[in-house]
Design a binder for this molecule. Sequence first.
Ligand SMILES: NC(=O)c1ccc[n+]([C@@H]2O[C@H](COP(=O)([O-])OP(=O)(O)OC[C@H]3O[C@@H](n4cnc5c(N)ncnc54)[C@H](O)[C@@H]3O)[C@@H](O)[C@H]2O)c1
Length: 329
Amino acid sequence: MSRSAAGKAYLICGGASLIGSHLADQLLAAGAGEVRLLDNYSLGTPEIIAHLDGDTRVKRIRGDILRLNELIEAAQGVDGIFALAGFLTLPMSQNPPLGVAVNTEGMVNILEAARLAKVRHVVFSSSVAAYGNTAADTLAEDSPTTMASVSPVAAVYGTTKLLGEQLGRLYAQKYGVGFSGMRFSSVYGERQHARAVNANFIADVHDQIRRGERPVIVGDGREVHDYIYVTDVAAGCIAAMLNGEGGQVFNLCTGVDTTHADLVRTILEVCGSEMQPEYREDTRAVRSAGGNHLGFSPTKAEREIGWKPAVSLRDGVARMVAWREKQRG
Ligand SMILES: NC(=O)c1ccc[n+]([C@@H]2O[C@H](COP(=O)([O-])OP(=O)(O)OC[C@H]3O[C@@H](n4cnc5c(N)ncnc54)[C@H](O)[C@@H]3O)[C@@H](O)[C@H]2O)c1
């Protein structure tokens, strides 16, 4: 059975996030009756949701997911909660105690509020970082997790996401709170912030091209990531909210491994530049897990919640570049 968002009320925790802003757009376009955006603005800013001013269905709530009472109040009468508030690897490296608290204690608070307010379903922003550096041809949701040689901060981040998933599965089993843990790959797009290492690379390359400099690739250019456009991620979260049952985990990825060399070539093409990249030795302090093969599979999400990505890398890069150019004025 496919449910509809029309007329329903939803709470987005981390409502001033990159993904939350697009989620709000799509929920409103789907006819949602109310969209509550809860954020403490510790990382996100009100500007990212400023375009929603004037829509009477949008309620902004300044609140903290570390305060259960605020969540319980915000969750009253909603059909579903999108649990997006969290610290990515970069903010986690800047403030590990707060990052661990928000990603874990904050998540258990959201589930507790969902239980107490009798919310039907919670969709959680997990990450492919939960796999660590598991090596396999194809990484599906039942593949094991290997943190052994992942950098400490990436392992801490990935472990907080694993804990969030398991808490969600526990609340589904024990209390019947529906739960979908969505493992996003590298998200990028319009309204991009500077907190995500892999999206920062796209922005850096674009900035270099704009300055007339050759784009720099560290290493041999064969490092791969699975870049997924932000509107596809928002659509996947909504598909899970409407069609998810019980307690499940899904990859939200394209299934395409894109090398840094191919990505830079795409950005150069989109910018109409004929420059060649410059290769430099790799001295990065914070980098996400990855190697020359990832192989994340999106097939479970397509099979069980009817979602698949719609935006190609070329179109996504063109949209992000156009948005960045517009920002510059
Ligand atoms: N962006 C990616 O590439 C990516 C990839 C995988 C997973 N994720 C996950 O998806 C989620 C959203 O990602 P994003 O890039 O849109 O994030 P973001 O950094 O734009 O937003 C996170 C939001 O959470 C808010 N927040 C932090 N602590 C809070 C607290 N205690 N109470 C209330 N709000 C709080 C911040 O102010 C911010 O607006 C995160 O949980 C992230 O870990 C993102």
